[in-house]
Design a protein around this ligand. Structure first.
Ligand code: NAD
Length: 468
C-alpha cells in the first residue's frame, strides 16, 4: 500500500514540476517576444551568437551532397565500404578564436576547417566568413571540393573552412586579427603539401595575404600555403576572374549542347561579388551575351535591354549595391530567380532553388556559379521539367583550376603569362565538360549525377591504388 502511495506521490510531483517548467518556459518566451530589440549588454567575453537560422536553414546542404553522392555510387555499383570510406570527411576541426575588438572587448568567435578527402592530392578549399556558417555547411562545401577537383582532374583533394561571423560588422583591423588568429589555430593542419586554403564568400586576396604572412611566421615564407593571393605576393595572373571565366566557358559549352544562340539569349546573374561580377563582365564584354538582371544581397535590377556592366559596377562602387541603378526595374532576389529569361546563373549562396520555388523557374538552362544552390528536391523538379542544370562541381571549377596553376607557379617559383593561364583554364574546362557529358550519357543521368559519377570513380580509384 505504502509503495503504491509513494509511486502516486512521485508521479504527482513529476507532473507538477513539468507544469511549472512549461509555465516558466512560456513566461520566458513571452518576455523574449515583448522585449524591445536592444543591443546585448556588453560583457567582457562575448560569444558570437549560435548559428543564425534563416528561413533556408531547414535545407541541410550536406544532405544534398550525400544524396547526390549516393545516387552516383549506386549507378556505378561502388561497394558500401568504398562509399563509406570516400564520402566520410577525414578530419573536422572546430576552433575558438579569441579576438580583441577595437573597443577593447574580447570576443570568442567559432571557426571550422573540414578536410574531406585527400586521396588525389593535398586538401584544397576556400574560407568563408558568414553569419550562417556551421559545421554541416562547411562539411558540404568540403565534400563538393573533393568532387570538383576530381571533375577538373587536378591533383587536389577537398576541404573547406569558415568562420561564423558577419564580417560587414568588423573593422579592417578586427578582420585582420580574426584571420591571423584563425590561421594560428588551424596551422597544425594546413601547409603547401597538406591543405591549401583560398578565398570564398566574404574573403579575398587581402585575407589570403594575412593568412600567408601568419603561416610564414612559423614556417618561413610559404606562398604556396594559400591561393587567391594578390599578384604582388605570388598570386596568379587571371586568378581573380577565374571562377567567373570558368562559368562563362561552362555556359558557352552548354549553350552548344542545348542549341542556345549566345547572341540571342538573355541571362540573369544572382550575386555581384567576385564570381557574379566577373561572370557578368565577361558575358557582356567578351561574349556579347545580354545580361538582363543582376543582384546582390540587397536586391536586384532588371533591364530588358541589358544591364550594362560598367554602370552596375560604378553603382556598386558608389553605393555598395547594384540596387538603385538608373534605367532598370528594381526586383528582389526571389523575383530574379523566377524571371523570364533563358539562362539563370546563381552566383551567391546555397539553397536558392528549392521545392517551394523550383516550379516557378522559367529559365531554359541553369549554370551553377555558386556552391550548392540547388537542393535535391529542386533538382528532381528541374529534371522532370526538362531544365538542364550545369552543376557547381563542374561550372565553378575555374577558380580551383587557376588556384592549382597558382600553387604550381609558387612551388616552381616561376610566373606564367596571363595568356597561358587562360589557355590552360580553357582546356581544363572544355575537357571536363566533355567528360561530364560523356558520363551523363553513358549512365543516362543528369549532368550533375554524371559529374558526380566521374568524380566518385576517380577518387575511388585513387583511394584503391593508394591502399586507403
Ligand atoms: P563574394 O563574397 O565575393 O560575393 C557574394 C555575393 O553574393 C555578393 O554580391 C553578395 O552581395 C551576394 N549575396 C550574399 N548573400 C546573398 C543573398 N542572401 N541573396 C543574394 N545575394 C547574396 O563571394 P564569391 O567568391 O563571389 O562567391 C559566390 C559563390 O560562388 C559562393 O557560393 C562561393 O562558394 C562560390 N564560389 C566561389 C569561388 C571563388 O573563387 N571565389 C569559387 C567557386 C565557387
Amino acid at each position: 500500500m505504502a509503495t503504491k502511495k509513494k509511486k502516486r506521490d512521485a508521479a504527482k510531483k513529476k507532473r507538477h514540476v513539468k507544469k511549472i517548467v512549461k509555465k516558466v518556459r512560456k513566461i520566458h518566451h513571452a518576455q523574449r517576444q515583448a522585449a524591445p530589440k536592444k543591443k546585448a549588454p556588453s560583457v567582457h567575453i562575448k560569444h558570437s551568437p549560435p548559428t543564425v537560422h534563416t528561413e533556408r536553414a531547414e535545407y541541410n546542404p550536406y544532405e544534398t551532397v550525400l544524396h547526390n553522392f549516393d545516387l552516383a555510387a549506386k549507378k556505378i555499383q561502388l561497394s558500401d565500404e568504398a562509399s563509406l570510406l570516400i564520402k566520410t570527411p577525414d578530419r573536422e576541426l572546430r576552433v575558438e578564436l579569441p579576438v580583441m575588438m577595437d573597443d577593447g572587448k574580447l570576443h570568442s568567435i567559432i571557426g571550422y576547417r573540414v578536410q574531406h578527402n585527400n586521396a588525389r592530392g593535398p586538401y584544397k578549399g576556400g574560407i568563408r566568413y558568414h553569419q550562417d556558417v556551421n559545421l554541416d555547411e562547411v562539411r558540404a562545401l568540403a565534400s563538393l571540393m573533393t568532387w570538383k577537383t576530381a571533375v577538373a582532374d587536378i591533383p587536389f583533394g577537398g576541404a573547406k573552412g569558415g568562420i561564423t561571423i558577419d564580417p560587414t560588422k568588423l573593422s579592417m583591423n578586427e578582420l585582420e586579427r580574426m584571420t591571423r588568429e584563425f590561421t594560428d589555430r588551424i596551422d597544425c593542419v594546413i601547409g603547401p603539401l597538406e591543405d591549401i586554403p583560398a578565398p570564398d564568400v566574404n574573403t579575398n586576396a587581402q585575407t589570403m595575404s594575412w593568412m600567408m604572412d601568419e603561416y610564414g611566421k612559423r614556417h618561413g615564407h610559404s606562398p604556396a600555403v594559400v591561393t587567391g593571393k594578390p599578384v604582388e605576393l605570388g598570386g596568379s595572373l587571371g586568378r581573380e576572374e577565374a571562377t567567373g571565366r570558368g562559368v562563362c566557358i561552362a555556359l558557352r559549352e552548354a549553350a552548344k549542347s542545348y542549341k542556345l544562340d549566345l547572341k540571342k539569349i538573355t541571362v540573369a546573374v544572382q550575386g555581384f561579388g567576385n564570381v557574379g561580377s566577373h561572370t557578368a563582365r565577361i558575358l557582356e564584354q567578351e561574349m556579347g551575351v545580354k545580361v538582363v538582371a543582376i543582384s546582390d544581397v540587397k536586391g536586384g535590377i532588371y533591364n530588358s535591354r541589358g544591364v550594362r556592366f560598367a554602370d552596375a559596377m560604378s553603382q556598386f562602387k558608389n553605393t555598395g549595391s547594384v540596387v538603385g541603378l538608373k534605367g532598370g526595374v528594381k526586383l528582389t532576389n526571389e523575383e530574379l530567380l523566377e524571371l523570364k529569361c533563358d539562362v539563370l546563373i546563381p552566383a551567391a549562396l546555397g539553397n536558392q532553388f528549392r521545392a517551394d520555388n523550383a516550379n516557378n523557374v522559367k529559365a531554359k538552362l541553369i549554370v551553377e556559379a555558386a556552391n550548392g544552390p540547388t537542393t535535391f528536391e529542386a533538382d528532381e523538379i528541374f529534371a522532370s521539367r526538362g531544365i538542364p542544370v550545369v552543376p557547381d562541381i563542374f561550372a565553378n571549377a575555374g577558380g580551383v583550376t587557376v588556384s592549382y596553376f597558382e600553387w604550381a607557379q609558387n612551388l616552381q617559383q616561376f610566373r606564367w603569362e596571363y595568356s597561358k593561364v587562360i589557355a590552360e583554364l580553357e582546356k581544363t574546362m572544355t575537357n571536363s565538360y566533355a567528360a561530364v557529358v560523356a558520363a551523363s550519357e553513358k549512365y543516362k543521368v543528369t549532368l550533375r549525377i554524371g559529374a558526380f559519377i566521374l568524380a566518385v570513380e576517380r577518387v575511388a580509384k585513387a583511394a584503391k591504388l593508394r591502399g586507403l
